[in-house]
Ligand binder design. Sequence first.
Ligand SMILES: Nc1ncnc2c1ncn2[C@@H]1O[C@H](COP(=O)(O)OP(=O)(O)O)[C@@H](O)[C@H]1O
Ligand SMILES: [Mg+2]
Length: 231
Amino acid sequence: MSARLLEFTDVVCGYGDTMVLRGLSGGVAPGRVLGVLGRNGVGKTTLMRALTGFLPLRSGRVLLSGSDLARVPPQERLAAGMAYAPQEDVVFGDLSVGENLWLHLRSRDSTRYAACLEAFPRLAERMQQRAGSLSGGERKLLSFTRTIGLGAGLSILDEPTEGVQPENIERMAVLVRARKASGAAFVIVEQNLEFLLAVADDILAIDHGECSLSGVAADLPRETLEQHMVV
Ligand SMILES: Nc1ncnc2c1ncn2[C@@H]1O[C@H](COP(=O)(O)OP(=O)(O)O)[C@@H](O)[C@H]1O
Ligand SMILES: [Mg+2]
């Protein structure tokens, strides 16, 4: 197995005096997807915030390509190779679809988003429209498109298929697999087991702030995964 691109060790973090994560470890190698699952409220989003630096660690370490990210603020992590599509507040509603895509970028290289815009023509047709006028699922697609288009070595996606139509979920899986084939790694939180099994190589399940299951996705029976997702 190749060296991990992302490695997190004994992560403890939470809100105020309440520790949500109580010593969680894991990681992902280049060209692989780590699927993160667990019931509602177990701390999946909290782990994504810890990995991306939006929530400070109480203890533990997060390494990207072997470098400790402790002193790298969230807004500098994209330059370090980490892109993030959060679960909520995914796009700027007052900006157009196009502005949401180009906002962070110095140059408009149209090839960047070509594969996603071909897969999701409704976004391509609505470039001038306010992102706030899109449905929840379409906003998730816009956030996904922006994150995929950034071309980061590691992309962190928190429930990317929430509210998205089934045919577009299938296209999202195709796009993730294409990025994987070119060496990109992902950490993906999902409730949609079909999507997760279509893309994930490794699985990490969380319960009570600790790892309740980890392993290679293909080795884990579907019923076992379902048991760890029950809401
Ligand atoms: N901003 C916050 N302030 C205080 N508690 C929070 C905050 N966000 C989440 N929590 C709490 O942390 C726990 C884990 O939440 P979260 O990581 O969002 O779970 P999941 O993504 O697995 O559904 C829950 O008990 C939730 O109520
Ligand atoms: Mg969540």
